[in-house]
Design a protein around this ligand. Structure first.
Ligand code: NAP
Length: 310
């Protein structure tokens, strides 16, 4: 099979992916031309990230699929020129990284490690943390990432609840679905993890009302997307002490502007969108195998549902 693959992402991405993609395409048995510049009407597949600047897909008349390097596709899903199938990134390396980041921060908040680090002042001030079994965690979003995090936290004995659009059956995880399940999912969450995509339905899902539903003193970890949280409502809930800590990796505007109150807030930890990243070696394999499947007439995996927006 001979195919032409356009790499439409940034220079940095090209440096990171070039070798891995070449190897993965060869390993998949594909006779592939891989380049950053190809005549549009000859392109079979586009490997895509918003950083590459490609916005008009109209000239790519024979393109069989656009394959996103990112798990979140909110910046491209509404592009009306993108009429070919769109796949999102589901990468074992990305999932592994997210599980480590989420587990690390849940443990940090659960054990109150920030407090211990801040108090190296000679005082023998014993605050024994509770056991994980007594610290309910809720995860909003039980997709590839949320599901993997739920399993990892459950294995550490945290009582884990999760919420998604469709009903799920995950061993040792209490699951809720649909708008009617949200309140119950929130009401027990001492630690809340947001792993939802950014869609019209999820914007501001953590608004003043949802924050009020969380138990007093709840802590929030957001590695999902910035627009999931109403920033003003969160700041207000932190200032009133209803929410005791927020660890935020993603923001409405990135980089987070220096004047944003999150930076200086004593109860907020800001991380610069580093919770997890697509890993070139494993991601290249996923992309190449998906192209091979498509060339063999098999269905594409990880297709984005345009109607749902993720
Ligand atoms: P995914 O597999 O598509 O899962 C999304 C989950 O959200 C699914 O469980 C889905 O429910 C649920 N959901 C979506 N809309 C909903 C709604 N209106 N009500 C209730 N549940 C809803 O996505 P993923 O791979 O786990 O990734 C999740 C998000 O993480 C990405 O979209 C991206 O924004 C973010 N992310 C962040 C980083 C970072 O470094 N910070 C890295 C990678 C990804 P169903 O299961 O019923 O469809």
């Amino acid at each position: 099979m001979s195919i032409k693959v356009l790499f439409a992402a940034s220079d940095t991405d090209w440096q990171a992916y070039r070798t891995s993609l070449r190897t993965a395409l060869d390993d998949a048995g594909l006779d592939a031309t891989l380049a950053r510049d190809l005549p549009p009407d000859e392109v079979d597949y586009i490997v895509y990230a918003p950083s590459g600047g490609l916005r008009d897909f109209t000239p790519y008349t024979r393109c069989k699929a656009v394959m996103s390097l990112w798990a979140g596709v909110e910046t491209i899903v509404c592009n009306e020129t993108l009429t070919m199938p769109l796949t999102r990134m589901v990468d074992p390396g990305l999932t592994e990284g997210m599980v480590e980041w989420v587990t690390g921060h849940v443990l940090r908040l659960h054990l109150n490690i920030d407090h211990a680090l801040a108090r190296q002042d000679g005082r023998w001030d014993r605050h024994v943390p509770p056991l994980a079994r007594d610290r309910p965690v809720t995860i909003l979003g039980l997709g590839k990432l949320g599901h993997a995090c739920a399993k990892a936290l459950s294995a550490l004995n945290f009582p884990v609840s999760g919420w998604s659009r469709s009903a799920k059956d995950i061993p040792d995880v209490r699951t809720y679905a649909g708008p009617e399940g949200l309140r119950a999912a929130l009401s027990s969450a001492e630690i809340l993890v947001l792993l939802l995509p950014d869609t019209p339905e999820t914007v501001d899902i953590l608004d003043a009302d949802a924050l009020a539903t969380l138990p007093k003193g709840a802590m929030i970890i957001n590695p999902g997307r910035g627009p999931l949280i109403d920033d003003e409502a969160l700041l207000d809930a932190l200032d009133r002490g209803h929410i005791s800590q927020a660890t935020l990796d993603v923001f409405r505007i990135e980089p987070l502007p220096v004047e944003h109150p999150f930076w200086a807030h004593p109860k907020v930890t800001v991380t610069p969108h580093i919770a997890s990243e697509t890993r070139p070696v494993s991601a290249a394999r996923v992309i190449a195998e998906n192209m091979r499947n498509c060339e063999m007439g098999l269905p594409l995996e990880h297709l984005v549902d345009r109607g749902n927006g993720y």
